[in-house]
Design a binder for this molecule. Structure first.
Ligand code: MG
Length: 309
């Protein structure tokens, strides 16, 4: 099982503990915390060593390691991160929210949706049941997504299909960079659709440190739009991010349906043992190379599936 170990400053470890609050597991001896996500088990030790172990440990580690490197340079402490924290007024203003789906799933694409919500639409969206898609069933998500479409809200949806994902990954793109570029393009597409002065701000559901996000898009000569903010669990605060999460999730579900129809095999979500067994079935019926069109092949699941051949 792939694993990465880094030394991370104590204050960042505290931040990580808060970030992973919903996924904490029982703390092993000598550890500060242990958390489990679909990508990795993250164990932070009192020594400052943090171990990322699992299907895609780099996906979790890259949220923190750049920051770790920066802190190691003993940069003077500034409250840089607060520059990216949204003002409370943003949630009740005209604003853009963006969120993604599919990043921890072995099969299927990554989808990102950015949505523009006007303040007078917030109440209606709330009545439609728009909220954090993680707390909704797939069928409810699809239904609410239809209701959102009926409102004709301006939005931009991007799908990074598996062939392209795997190509970028082989070219050295991290998943973090792919996500940053998808959010960036979705937001820019949307800004081109609306009068750009009509949005008071843009809120991105935070998946990495804002400085890392900026660095990713800078490698493609891109810059953050004005008034861009980042926040973890933003979908719980912003109806625009919640709407984005529902649109992205619905798109991910329908892409998974299409891929399942193509393979003739019901492709499961996530990256579990059931996924490994299904990969083996796909390998047997279509050949290993076919996975390039259906899956994020660099996940450790590709190797693990061979135990079921
Ligand atoms: Mg998100």
């Amino acid at each position: 099982m792939p694993q990465n170990v880094y030394t991370i400053p104590k204050n960042t470890i505290e931040e990580m503990r808060r970030f992973y609050a919903n996924t904490l597991q029982s703390t092993p001896q000598g550890a500060v915390f242990r958390a489990k996500t679909s990508n990795a088990v993250i164990t932070a030790y009192k020594s400052g060593k943090v171990m990322f172990q699992g299907n895609a440990p780099a996906v979790e580690a890259e949220k923190w390691t750049d920051k770790a490197k920066e802190s190691a340079k003993a940069a003077p402490k500034t409250n840089k991160t607060t520059v990216f924290s949204p003002p409370d007024t943003l949630f009740t203003s005209n604003h853009i929210g963006s969120d993604e789906a599919g990043t921890g799933d072995y099969f299927g694409p990554i989808t990102v949706a950015a949505v523009f919500v006007k303040k007078e639409q917030i109440e209606l969206l709330r009545e439609l049941g728009v909220k954090d898609s993680k707390n909704l069933t797939d069928s409810t998500i699809r239904k609410i997504s239809k209701d959102i479409m009926n409102l004709d809200l301006p939005y931009s949806l991007l799908i990074l299909h598996n062939e392209k994902y795997n190509k970028l990954q082989k070219q050295g793109w991290t998943q973090g960079k792919m996500k940053a570029m998808l959010h960036h393009h979705a937001i820019n597409n949307l800004l081109n659709k609306i009068d750009s002065n009509s949005a008071d701000g843009i809120l991105i559901d935070q998946f990495c440190e804002p400085a890392v996000y900026k660095k990713h898009i800078a490698t493609e000569k891109q810059k953050l739009a004005d008034n861009t903010y980042f926040m973890t669990k933003a979908e719980s605060y912003s109806i625009a991010v919640a709407a984005g999460s529902i649109i992205a999730r619905t798109s991910f579900l329908s892409e998974m349906d299409k891929l399942s129809a193509k393979t003739g095999i019901a492709l499961p979500k996530g990256a579990s043992k059931k996924v490994d067994q299904t990969i083996a079935r796909v390998m047997k019926s279509k050949g290993e190379k076919a996975l390039n069109s259906y899956a994020k092949t660099h996940f450790a699941n590709t190797k693990k599936a061979k135990n079921y051949l």
